[in-house]
Design a protein around this ligand. Sequence first.
Ligand code: M6R
Length: 365
Amino acid sequence: DKGNYRHFMEKEIYDQPEAISDTLSHYINFLDNRVVEVSGDIAFANVQSLAISACGTAYLAGLIGKYWFERYARLPVEIDVASEFRYREIPLSPQAAALFISQSGETADTLACLRYCKEHGLKTGAVVNTRESTIARESDAVFPIFAGPEIGVASTKAFTCQLAVLAALAVAAGRARGAVTEKEEQILVERLAEMPRVMAQVLDSIQPKIERLSRELAKCRAVLYLGRGTSFPLAMEGALKLKETSYIHAQGYAAGELKHGPIALVDENMPVIVIAPHDRFFDKTVSNMQEVAARGGRIILITDEKGAAALKLDTMHTIVLPNVHEIIAPMIFSLPVQLLAYHTAVFVGTDVDQPRNLAKSVTVE
Ligand code: M6R
């Protein structure tokens, strides 16, 4: 049921504060601000590396997870899209664990990776929305995301719930491996716990601005998204979301790659969406923005209050979010990214919930 919303995608975007709150309640103990021990058959303390595979948006969630597992758990991560992972002949060690991320739990390539990893003796874990799914059934450990049914073909709330689970797992792995102190764990958990409230606040405030901007984007032929650190996978997610819902060509790039090719595309007609919270990469990303500005590119900056205050550069539009801890920034910054895709698609007039040529669950290779 869409309730008062025009599309499931819109409803699912606005469902996120509640969905995230549900998800976190299974992974966090709010009484002592610790992560719950959920790793089951995956002994994070002993594994030497983690192999992640998934498709589409779930893959991009995994890519953000990689930054977290490496940073907070000092656990090396090998990640690839499932359709490549399964054929790359990766030398897999039984000391590695494997994680599969899938909203539906039925994606053919992801399932094939799971079976492949099991054959090689790896312990397996599934981050899924559907506990009765094949991927969940065949995995040693299941990490449900509790997003509730996602009907829109474009994945929104499943993405942020996958991120919430991956963040909690990375902190749990960090604790198990002695890479995160109790104090650090509590700070990270407190920040995660704030997420539903911040999400609700952001969703309440940004819509009018996003709608105005989307009206302009809907007239464009191509859009470039840039980001660094965890904002890089989010840039790719923004591009994927815009492409699949509005049929406008979009590409997400690591901001540092700009000079290695994509800057050739930049002219007065090219909107460049820069995702840049005021994190340790901010100044670097600003210098990439200067390069875009110098070539007349139309910069749409998504930043936070600190970033907006520090910026000494004219942008065409700036969307300002509250300052948040870096562990929740990818989820908070997902909101404007999703809403931009949604409203642009509405202006273009596509079938937002059921875009052409796409299926919600891809059960063939
Ligand atoms: O059900 P899954 O999470 O395994 O699906 C993976 C992709 O097919 C899916 O995320 C797809 O990329 C979405 N349409 C993106 O919005």
